[in-house]
Write a protein that binds this ligand. Structure first.
Ligand code: FMN
Length: 131
């Protein structure tokens, strides 16, 4: 099973969750605005994380999803943080489906004030998603 973790985070909350997922899987979390964000090889599971800003995701994450090479992704597993709403996961899933990529039903969400206490649950999500 191969996997990769990509995310966009303005203030570090989603980054913490991305890094917890990556740590659990023995890989690194890469920001979508990094020059390393492109997938070199096909992955079975691509974890994609973002946050909600004014009920939408950051345009850098939108651009990343629109440019994804569908032939390199087995399925997308979405995760997000926000003050209240898990809607970013729906947006990530919608963009992945629009590219014809399989999307895992299960997603991970935690509220921004609960990021630190949710690291363990994020790791469980990671483990369950690559089974
Ligand atoms: C400009 C702005 C708009 C936001 N809009 C929403 C929103 O519509 N709904 C929500 O639940 N949280 C909203 N939030 C809260 C963020 O989603 C939350 O702080 C998130 O954890 C930030 O993640 P990041 O640190 O990875 O950027 C907003 C935050 C900012 C700065």
């Amino acid at each position: 099973m191969t996997f990769a973790v990509r995310y966009f985070s303005r203030s570090g909350n989603t980054k913490k969750i991305a890094e917890a997922i990556a740590e659990e899987l023995g890989t690194v979390a890469v920001s979508v605005d990094s020059s390393d964000a492109a997938l070199n090889e096909k992955v079975d599971v691509l974890f994609v994380g973002g946050a909600l800003y004014a009920y939408g995701i950051d345009k850098k994450l939108t651009a990343y999803l629109k440019n994804l090479d569908a032939s390199k992704v087995g399925k997308v597993a979405a995760f997000s943080t926000a003050m209240l709403s898990a809607h970013a996961n729906d947006v990530i899933k919608k963009h992945a489906r629009a590219k014809g990529i399989n999307v895992q039903d299960e997603t991970f969400f935690c509220k921004s004030k609960e990021v630190d206490s949710s690291v363990g649950k994020a790791k469980e999500f990671a483990k369950a998603s690559v089974k």
